[in-house]
Ligand binder design. Structure first.
Ligand SMILES: Cc1ncc(COP(=O)(O)O)c(C=O)c1O
Length: 377
């Protein structure tokens, strides 16, 4: 592949180069792309085969198998690939999990959790049981107590806050009768996680799993298969998809193939344990330079810093100086071959998204750039 910029995009995000090459071959001809060991018996493109035929069935089953084997979703959970992004899950979770006399409980840790809360409020009684709003979403708040959750239909958390750059190190504990629901969009498969604690987990694929347009949803069968709210349209019920083995209507067939190829890559690189070690090391290298130079102001407090999205601002005597430095930083970075570093439009500053596929060599080059910029600032 020709020389590419280091891609720090927050999502859709960098994919491993070997995956891009394999997928390109599968767009030409599935058999000659020689996808899985057992091969796929089709001389058509992945883009033109039926989602009900044998070639796609083998891709779909393989993708589900890899979610168990590589991501670590226990074998007794249902795994489905839906559409509508994580944003549709913001609605589907409360639509399917609300219960008479119970309240949907949320931890508020930033922009995405706020959107999830807003959707739940449209649907039924909702309560924020912990929040880091007062400190500008610079941390993961203390977990809610059992008393906070006495009447909870479920507890919803966002494991990694893509915009603010905070991340749970451990999934919170909840009372046994309260399902824990997690938006894992931006740190799924980035390290080992106790996914057996989750009632439902979901993730838009476009950061660590593949392209946009596929949403991984998994969870306990009693929540996904048995919940049957009569007033919810068929397409918005988990049960509809569960009963159809995940294939109620035409899924994103191409996206599911890419997801499987990405998970094979994760497995071949050493799995989520190896990813976790590498991701921690990559993040630490960047935070160390940020902490060592006054010109940088990392947003998150140290113990809650994300290994996926490093967020910081440029220091300045006033807002004008900050803005001038930020724009100089971003344009010099772009010229030096680092793309996608602009912070989310809601918070500004700089965000370096360093998902699984972001190479350590790119982090080392960026660290050098950070040092050099600080010397001149
Ligand atoms: C943590 C988190 N949740 C939800 C979303 C929204 O995802 P989607 O665009 O797939 O709806 C994002 C997108 O970046 C995200 O980072």
């Amino acid at each position: 592949m020709s020389k590419r910029p280091w891609n720090f995009s927050a999502g859709p995000a960098i994919l491993p180069e070997p995956v891009l090459e394999r997928v390109a071959a599968a767009v030409g001809n599935l058999r000659s792309a020689n996808f899985w060991n057992e091969g796929i018996e089709s001389d058509l493109s992945i883009l033109e085969i039926s989602h009900r035929g044998p070639a796609f069935s083998s891709i779909h089953e393989h993708a589900i198998d890899l979610v168990h084997e590589v991501v670590g979703v226990p074998r007794d959970r249902r795994v489905m690939f839906l559409q509508g992004g994580a944003s549709l899950q913001f609605c589907m979770v409360p639509m399917n999990l609300r219960r008479e006399g119970k309240v949907a409980c949320y931890v508020e840790t930033g922009a995405w959790s706020k959107k999830a809360i807003a959707e739940s409020e449209r649907i039924g009684p909702t309560r924020v049981v912990a929040s880091s709003k007062e400190t500008g979403f610079d941390r993961i708040p203390d977990a809610p107590s059992a008393e906070d959750l006495v009447d909870a239909a479920y507890l919803h958390v966002t494991t990694n806050n893509t915009i603010y750059g905070t991340e749970y190190r451990e999934l919170p504990e909840v009372p046994p009768d309260v399902p824990l629901v997690a938006d894992l969009s931006s740190d799924i498969a980035s390290r080992p996680m106790a996914l057996d604690r989750l009632g439902i987990g979901y993730a838009g694929a476009q950061k660590n799993l593949g392209p946009s347009g596929v949403t991984l949803v998994f969870g306990r069968r009693e929540l996904l298969d048995e919940s049957d709210p009569a007033d919810v349209p068929a397409y918005l019920r988990y049960r509809t998809f569960a009963k159809a083995g995940g294939l109620y209507n035409t899924p994103n067939t191409f996206g599911i193939l890419v997801l499987a190829a990405v998970l094979e890559w994760v497995r071949d690189e050493g799995g989520v344990c190896a990813m976790g070690e590498r991701n921690e090391r990559k993040a630490r290298k960047i935070y160390e330079v940020l902490d060592a130079n006054d010109v940088y102001e990392p947003h998150a407090r140290p113990e809650d810093r994300s290994w996926m999205n490093v967020t910081f601002r440029l220091a300045g005597a006033d807002e004008a100086e900050r803005a001038e430095r930020t724009s100089r930083f971003l344009s010099e970075a772009e010229a030096a071959g680092f793309s996608g570093l602009k912070g989310h439009r809601s918070v500004g500053g700089v965000r370096a998204s360093i998902y699984n596929a972001f190479p350590e060599a790119g982090v080392d080059a960026f660290v050098e750039f950070l040092r050099e910029f600080a010397r001149r600032a």
